[in-house]
Design a protein around this ligand. Structure first.
Ligand code: GDP
Ligand code: IMO
Ligand code: MG
Length: 427
């Protein structure tokens, strides 16, 4: 019954795509359980680079069945452009399964995302503008459109009518935009029905049967722990649950089935969009991390905000996800610093605080307390074992492990599949 969850331990972009792809060769199913095409997962295979947004990274491993679970929000236009892009590069995507209960990102959800952000002005969240929040809002408001609705025109029409009722009032009267016609939306959505049909399945049944047969299932999170709607830096979060519990609700698999929860952890910290970020750097070190780490968003092309490693956040991720392991990524990016600051606690209004404060006000006031760790200059990108790392790099990893509360079982020293040091096997 080996079910593994692989998720972001920080604010996203930790290297989940690479880690998933690495395990893809040894697992039977890779399942996205939340989020949508707000994600941007880069996978480098040999000299080929792939940017995946909606599709699970397991799609690049021939033996693996990729699954889009019920907790995901699906933009059909993005789905087909991603599938076509992969097919043109010779990737077989025919095994893909999509839950009939997954919600659809409609064109009006994308419009609402954009106008809401514009309306918020300087209070905006900095969303990816892909319609994620409004689609989850419709789901919770019980006016969402599900994949299965595409197969009953009458129900689909009623649902689109219900969804647009209030939205059209809002768009025309509040946001000064044109109303969206029900027929136009229904026609567009019905246009996807036949193309989607071969992929639609009862994914809950498929996954539970697979687990009963001792198949290996890997749940691939989008976003990250601090972007979780419940456990993240609300309201500067995404609208789903990337944390471990989200894998259960977003795929229909019970918590007793999950055997391992792997937190992907960058050796420093990045964030895209607005919101508090205690270790953020505004100096040449931040610029250097951005340049060396290639920290530019795969989805929106925005520069990522960069800062030093924050152990308070890593400890929090261990706690809320019940992490069994960490996969530390991008250690190579830190090569060349004489000393590397690591945030071990916060100072909040004159007090030293060791754990993430639950109060948003406190977190906004948190100042990092740094410990300086000695750096290294040797190129580590060819390291294959922990012993190949320079002593100071080993000490940096050990210190992070000690502070973060779970063993570091793999270390990324470059973007490629083989640029990885495996310490404990995951499967
Ligand atoms: P994800 O959203 O968590 O999948 O992460 P992204 O793909 O958005 O961002 C991570 C970036 O770092 C990608 O460009 C990866 O190719 C790259 N990457 C992943 N692991 C490593 C690593 O260990 N070292 C280096 N230098 N790059 C890495
Ligand atoms: P991956 O899977 C980093 C951020 C956005 C914004 C907030 C809400 O590649 O790690 P949304 O469009 O989801 O409503 O935006 O969440 N965000 C991400 N940041 N990586 C991601 O995905 C993200 N997905 C959303 O920048 O701050
Ligand atoms: Mg990303």
């Amino acid at each position: 019954m080996p079910a593994l969850v692989l998720l972001g331990a920080q604010w996203g972009d930790e290297g989940k795509g690479k880690a998933t792809d690495l395990l893809g060769g040894s697992v039977d199913y890779v399942v996205r359980y939340q989020g949508g095409n707000n994600a941007g997962h880069t996978v480098v295979v040999g000299d080929q680079k792939y940017a995946l947004h909606l599709l699970p990274s397991g799609i690049l491993s021939p033996g693996c069945t990729p699954v889009i679970g019920n907790g995901v929000v699906v933009d059909p236009s993005v789905l087909f452009s991603e599938l076509n892009g992969l097919n043109e590069r010779g990737v077989d995507t025919s095994k893909l399964l999509i839950s009939g209960n997954a919600h659809i990102i409609t064109p009006y959800n994308v419009t609402v995302d954009k106008v809401t952000e514009r309306f918020l002005g300087k209070r905006k969240i900095g969303t990816t503008g892909r319609g994620i929040g409004p689609t989850y809002a419709d789901k919770i408001n019980r006016v969402g459109i599900r994949v299965q609705d595409l197969y009953d025109e009458s129900i689909l029409t009623q649902k689109v009518e219900a969804a647009l009722d209030v939205k059209n009032q809002m768009l025309t009267k509040l946001y000064n935009r044109r109303a969206i016609a029900v027929e136009q939306v229904v026609e567009e959505l019905l246009g996807y029905a036949d193309k989607l049909a071969p992929y639609v399945a009862d994914t809950v049944l498929v996954l539970n049967q697979a687990l009963d047969e001792d198949k290996v299932v890997l749940f691939e999170g989008g976003q990250g722990t601090l972007l979780d709607i419940d456990h993240g830096t609300y309201p500067f979060v995404t609208s789903s649950n990337p944390t471990a519990g989200g894998a259960c609700t977003g795929a229909g698999v019970g918590p007793t089935k999950i055997s391992r929860v792997i937190g992907i952890l960058k050796a420093y910290t990045t964030r895209v969009g607005a919101g508090p970020f205690p270790t953020e750097l505004f100096d040449e070190d931040g610029e250097a991390l951005r340049r060396i780490g290639g920290e530019r968003g795969v989805t929106t092309g925005r520069d990522r905000r960069c800062g030093w490693f924050d152990a308070v956040i890593a400890r929090y991720a261990t706690r809320v996800n019940g992490l069994t392991d960490f996969f530390l990524t991008k250690l190579d990016v830190l090569t060349g610093w004489e000393q590397i600051p690591v945030c071990v606690a916060y100072e909040i209004d004159g007090r030293r605080v060791e754990e993430l404060p639950y109060s948003q006000t406190d977190f906004h006031h948190a100042k990092p307390v740094y410990e300086m760790l000695p750096g290294w200059n040797e190129d580590i990108s060819k390291a294959k074992t922990f012993a190949d790392l320079p002593k100071n790099a080993q000490a940096y990893v050990k210190a992070l492990e000690e502070m973060s509360g779970a063993p570091i079982s793999a270390i990324g020293v470059g973007p490629g599949r083989d640029e990885t040091i495996e310490i404990n096997s995951f499967i």
